[in-house]
Design a protein around this ligand. Structure first.
Ligand SMILES: Cc1cc2nc3c(=O)[nH]c(=O)nc-3n(C[C@H](O)[C@H](O)[C@H](O)COP(=O)(O)OP(=O)(O)OC[C@H]3O[C@@H](n4cnc5c(N)ncnc54)[C@H](O)[C@@H]3O)c2cc1C
Length: 506
C-alpha cells in the first residue's frame, strides 16, 4: 500500500538551542508527543557555558507534565534527589515575626454554594482567632513535617492531597536528557557563535558553532537562557521591563548541608531588601537570596545568606543578575523562546518552570508548518503575555501588601503604584474578603486568599451570604472539617519516612 505523501510544508528539523531545564523539557516533550519519525530534534548546548543551575521548586502542575511524559514519579524523585512540597511558608513578609503558609489545594470545603473563605471570615468576625491554615491539610501536614500522596479515601481530605516537587536542577536536566535521547533527540555539544538569518524574510536559517559546524532547521526553539541568543540577539526582539514593580534584580545562591528534618515545603523569608529561599532536597538544601541592588550590595546580600543557612555551605556562593519582564514577543517568525530566554520573574512562587511547561503545551497546541501563520503566532504571543502579567500581579501582591517599615526597600514596595488589575483585586478583597480566579489564570481564589490574608490585608466585612447558615451550624461544620484535617495529618507519615520507603536516592 502506498504511503500518503508528506505535506510539503511540514516541519522536519527542529533545533533547540540550550540544554538547561527549558531545552530538555522542550526536547523531552517533542520526542514524546511527536515521536521519533515526525521531525529531527537536535539540542545544541555548551558544557563550557553551563546552565543557570537554579530552579528547584515547582508547583503541582509539574506532576501533570511528568504524567504527560509517562514518567514514574518515584524514579523521578530518586534520580533528581528530590523531595515533596505542600506549599510555601512566608516568614517576615507581612511584618517581622509573622509567618503564614500558602498551601497547594484549597481551604476547607465550600458549603451550600458559598465559598469556605466566607465562613472562615465570619468565624473570625465572631472572635475565632485560629489561622486559616487549620483548614488546610497541606498546611497542617507541612507544619508537622508529614507527607503522603493522596489515597482513595472517599470524602476524607486524604483523597485530595495536592503537592509539587523540589529537585536538583542539574540532575533534572540530565534526567530529561536521558529521556529525550532515548527517544531519538540528538545532542550537539558546541558554542553557538552566529545565527544567520534568511535573506528576504529574516527567518532563522541556522546556528553556527565555534568549530564551524552549521545546523540548519525549520523551527528554532531558543532556550539559551538569559543570553537569548536567537530571540534577542539575532532577531532583536524587545523586552518588557517590569523592574519598577518587581525591583529585585539579583540573586546569590548557595547549597548547604541539610538536617534530617526534611521539610515538605519551600520557605521564603523576607529580608531587608528582598527575601531568601530554602529548598530542602535529599542530599542538600538549596538556598538563595533575591535582592534589589539599589538597596543592598552583593557583599551584604551574600553575608546575610551565609549567616542564615541550616548547615555548612557546600559550594561558593554564585551571583545571578537578572532583569524582570519578558520579550515583547515570545514567538517571532520561526523562533519560539522558552525559559529564561523568553522572560523571567523572580522565583517567589516557583512559576518559571511552569511557564516553560505552558509555553511548550501552547506551542504544541498551535504547532506550525513551514508557513508559520501569523494568526497562530499572534495568538500564542497574546496568551503568553497574559499569563506572565497575571503571575506578575500575584508576585507584586507579596511585596506591596506589607506592614514592613524597616527599610527603604519595603517603603518603596508599600508605596509603589501597582497594576490596576491587582489594585482592583485588593479593593474587592478589602470589601468582603472575596477572591476570584480570572479566566484561566494560574493562581486560583485559594492562592489569592492565602496571600492576601497572609499579608494582613483586612476585609472590612465578611461575605453577607455566609449568614444564610445558622451560626451554630457554621461552627459545627468548621469544627468537623478541622477535625478531619487534623486526623488526616495524624495519619500521614513523616516526609523523610515516606521518601525512604518509596523514592530514596542512592
Ligand atoms: C535565582 C533564580 C532562582 C530560580 N528558582 C526557580 C524555582 O525555584 N522554580 C522555578 O520554577 N524556576 C526557578 N528559576 C527559573 C529557572 O531556573 C529557569 O526557568 C530554568 O532553569 C530554565 O532555564 P533555561 O533552561 O532557560 O536557562 P539555562 O539553565 O541558563 O540554560 C541555558 C542553556 O543555553 C546554553 N547556551 C547559552 N549560550 C550558548 C551558546 N552560545 N552556545 C551553546 N549553548 C548556549 C547553556 O549552555 C545552557 O545549556 C529561578 C531562576 C533564577 C535566576
Amino acid at each position: 500500500m502506498n504511503q500518503a505523501p508528506l505535506p510539503p510544508d511540514r516541519i522536519r528539523r527542529i533545533v533547540i538551542v540550550g540544554g538547561g531545564s527549558a531545552g530538555w523539557m522542550a526536547a523531552a516533550t517533542l520526542a514524546r508527543i511527536l515521536g521519533p519519525d515526525y521531525a529531527d530534534v537536535t539540542v545544541v548546548e555548551s558544557d563550557e557555558i553551563g546552565t543557570v543551575g537554579v530552579g528547584e521548586a515547582t508547583i503541582p502542575q509539574m506532576a501533570t507534565f511528568n504524567r504527560m511524559l509517562g514518567i514514574d514519579e518515584d524514579e523521578f524523585i530518586r534520580e533528581t534527589k528530590g523531595s515533596f512540597k505542600l506549599g510555601i511558608e512566608f516568614v517576615d513578609w507581612a511584618r517581622i515575626g509573622h509567618s503564614y503558609f500558602h498551601p497547594f489545594g484549597s481551604f476547607g470545603v465550600n458549603m451550600g454554594g458559598v465559598s469556605f473563605h466566607a465562613y472562615y471570615l465570619r468565624a473570625r468576625a465572631n472572635g475565632d482567632t485560629r489561622p486559616i491554615e487549620d483548614w488546610s491539610l497541606q498546611a497542617t501536614a507541612a507544619s508537622r513535617g508529614k507527607f503522603m500522596r493522596p489515597i482513595d479515601a472517599g470524602r476524607s481530605p486524604l483523597s485530595e492531597i495536592a503537592y509539587a516537587y523540589h529537585f536538583d536542577a542539574g540532575l533534572y536536566a540530565n534526567y530529561l536528557r536521558r529521556f529525550a535521547e532515548a527517544r531519538g533527540v540528538v545532542r550537539q555539544e558546541g558554542r553557538v557563535v552566529d545565527v544567520p538569518l534568511r535573506p528576504g524574510d529574516g527567518f532563522v536559517e541556522a546556528v553556527v558553532l565555534a568549530d564551524g559546524t552549521r545546523i540548519g532547521g525549520d523551527l528554532f526553539i531558543d532556550c539559551s537562557g538569559f543570553r537569548a541568543l536567537l530571540i534577542g540577539k539575532a532577531l532583536g526582539t524587545g523586552f518588557v521591563d517590569w523592574s519598577h514593580w518587581l525591583p529585585c534584580d539579583r540573586a546569590v545562591a548557595v547549597p548547604c548541608a541539610g538536617s534530617d528534618a526534611m521539610t515538605p515545603f519551600t520557605r521564603s523569608t523576607a529580608r531587608k531588601a528582598g527575601w531568601q529561599w530554602r529548598i530542602p532536597l535529599q542530599h542538600r538544601v538549596g538556598n538563595g537570596h533575591v535582592y534589589c541592588s539599589r538597596y543592598l550590595s552583593d557583599d551584604e546580600a551574600t553575608a546575610m545568606l551565609l549567616e542564615n543557612l541550616d548547615g555548612e555551605p557546600l559550594a561558593d556562593p554564585r551571583l545571578v543578575p537578572f532583569r524582570t519582564g519578558h520579550r515583547t514577543s515570545f514567538w517571532v517568525r520561526n523562533c519560539v523562546a522558552l525559559g529564561l530566554a523568553a522572560g523571567f520573574m523572580e522565583p517567589l512562587e516557583s512559576t518559571s518552570l511552569w511557564l516553560i511547561q505552558s509555553g511548550i503545551s501552547r506551542l504544541l497546541a498551535m504547532f506550525p508548518d513551514r508557513r508559520f501563520d501569523p494568526a497562530e503566532i499572534d495568538r500564542y504571543n497574546r496568551i503568553l503575555s497574559t499569563e506572565y502579567a497575571e503571575i506578575r500581579d500575584f508576585l507584586i501582591l507579596h511585596y506591596h501588601a506589607t506592614e514592613r517599615r524597616d527599610s527603604a526597600f519595603w517603603d518603596h514596595c508599600r508605596n509603589m503604584a501597582v497594576p490596576e488589575r491587582l489594585a482592583e483585586k485588593m479593593r474587592v478583597f478589602q470589601s468582603h474578603g472575596r477572591t476570584f480566579r480570572e479566566n484561566e489564570e494560574l493562581f486560583n481564589d485559594t492562592s489569592w486568599f492565602a496571600v492576601m490574608l497572609g499579608q494582613q490585608l483586612a476585609p472590612r466585612a465578611y461575605d453577607p451570604v455566609a449568614d444564610m447558615m445558622s451560626w451554630d451550624e457554621t461552627e459545627r461544620r468548621l469544627a468537623h472539617i478541622r477535625d478531619a484535617i487534623n486526623n488526616s495529618a495524624d495519619y500521614m507519615p513523616p516526609h523523610r519516612e515516606f521518601i525512604r520507603a518509596n523514592c530514596a536516592a542512592t
